[in-house]
Each structure stands twice: as structure tokens, then as C-alpha cells.
Design a protein around this ligand. Structure first.
Ligand SMILES: [Cu+2]
Length: 66
């Protein structure tokens, strides 16, 4: 499955890396492509991964999912 998230609060490549790491640490996530210009993350994951889990990981890293 693939889910695209809109993320608010990223301002540099460090933020991009933090969001990418947070998402890829979730059990069942294969990869996350995070874009600073698009303010988005495209996450490839298994069926067991919920939108709530993706949101929670981004929020725990200090960013907002809109
Ligand atoms: Cu930053």
C-alpha cells in the first residue's frame, strides 16, 4: 500500500531526515520518501500499517500532519 501525507513544520533537510526515519522505524513500513518542497511524505507499507500510526510517528517527531 502507499499513503501520501501532507506535513507541516519541516524547514530543512534535517527535518526531512527526521520524518523519514520516524516513518521507516514503524513496523511494516518499507520506505518513506519525504519532500521538503512538496511538504509531503509518500510511504510504502504493508496492510497492517494504519494512517493513525503514520500520523502518530510524524507528530512524535515534532511535525504536523494536515
Ligand atoms: Cu529542519
Amino acid at each position: 500500500m502507499q499513503t501520501t501525507l501532507k506535513i507541516e513544520g519541516m524547514s530543512c533537510e534535517h527535518c526531512v531526515k527526521a520524518v523519514k526515519t520516524a516513518l521507516e522505524e514503524i513496523e511494516g513500513v518499507q520506505s518513506a520518501g519525504v519532500s521538503l518542497t512538496d511538504k509531503s511524505a509518500v510511504v510504502d507499507h504493508g496492510d497492517g500499517v494504519t494512517l493513525a500510526a503514520l500520523k502518530a510517528a510524524v507528530e512524535e517527531a515534532g511535525y504536523e500532519v494536515i
